[in-house]
Design a protein around this ligand. Structure first.
Ligand code: OAD
Length: 255
């Protein structure tokens, strides 16, 4: 089947959909200039070891190193713009009654593109929280009133523990309430559009199974490369997120 025919099938399903879930991963932000985690050569985990930077143990061992690395990433994310894929996904809100974006990305680009209902499964690099979550999980900190620096890292104004990015690190659990909400939306949706994820990190990777086995969603995988989602997808659109999402939007709006 040629690509144009496949895009038309995707558009036909989206035209009929009342409830859409978009599950996104690092690939959706690639065109904005943010590297993915696992792509050969340029993936983030090709350059840095997760155990050195993205675990609570790493932060305890060298808080300043981890803090500085996240500060640099945050600056990089702030400097870039949402791309065509983020914008097309946000535009779907005007065409489909209920659209929920479930993202593994911590960059906030879906929100900046205008998506209203975004579940940030892995948190957000744009927020800080108390390392000890002293006021409940998560204890989000107001950046204008952080405690004094210790070892070069700001502290929680309530308890004096280190401030840290509000992201889920390796060995940590996702927020149960976010996960439950994401599962509920996946079970209830008509179409699940999976964009730019390798589909190997749990529990996000299990969401397409919720949509398919417990629900009756049509699952569309948007990715230039073969990946784990392909085993369960009804349709695999092999192309970059910006190209594919722009083409789908054009079919939906007849432009
Ligand atoms: P990965 O780096 O594992 O996968 C990125 C996917 O994007 C791959 O399947 C690529 O083929 C695809 N891709 C590359 N360029 C693309 C493009 N232009 N358009 C669409 N897709 C493209 O990233 P994730 O699946 O998001 O977790 O990784 C999941 C989690 O692993 C991340 O959220 C992060 C990481 O460890 C935490 O930090 C908790």
């Amino acid at each position: 089947m040629d690509m144009q025919h496949q895009l038309q099938i995707a558009a036909d399903h989206l035209k009929r959909a009342q409830r859409l879930v978009v599950l996104s991963g690092a690939g959706v932000s690639k065109e904005s200039g943010i590297p993915t985690y696992r792509d050969a050569q340029e993936g983030m985990w090709q350059q840095y070891k997760p155990e050195d930077l993205a675990t609570p143990a790493a932060f305890k061992k060298n808080p300043k190193l981890v803090w500085d690395w996240y500060a640099a990433r945050r600056q990089a994310v702030t400097a870039v713009q949402p791309n065509r894929a983020h914008l097309a996904i946000a535009a779907l809100q005007t065409l489909i009654p209920q659209v929920t974006v479930v993202t593994q990305n911590v960059d906030r680009l879906h929100t900046r593109a205008g998506s209203h209902d975004v579940i940030e499964l892995h948190g957000s690099i744009m927020e800080l929280k108390c390392f000890d979550d002293c006021q409940g999980d998560p204890t989000i900190l107001d950046e204008t009133s952080l405690g004094a620096d210790r070892d070069g890292v700001p502290t929680c104004p309530h308890c004096g523990a280190f401030a840290r990015p509000n992201v889920v690190w390796f060995t940590e659990y996702l927020s149960e309430s976010k996960l439950e909400r994401a599962r509920d939306f996946c079970q209830a949706c008509d179409v699940l559009l999976v964009v730019g994820t390798s589909g190997i990190v749990q529990p996000a990777a299990s969401l397409p199974y919720y949509a398919k086995r417990w629900g009756s969603a049509f699952v569309i995988d948007v990715n230039p490369n073969d990946n784990e989602i392909a085993t369960i997808a009804d349709l695999a659109l092999r192309g970059a997120a910006g190209d594919v999402m722009t083409a789908i939007l054009a079919l939906l709006t007849n432009t």
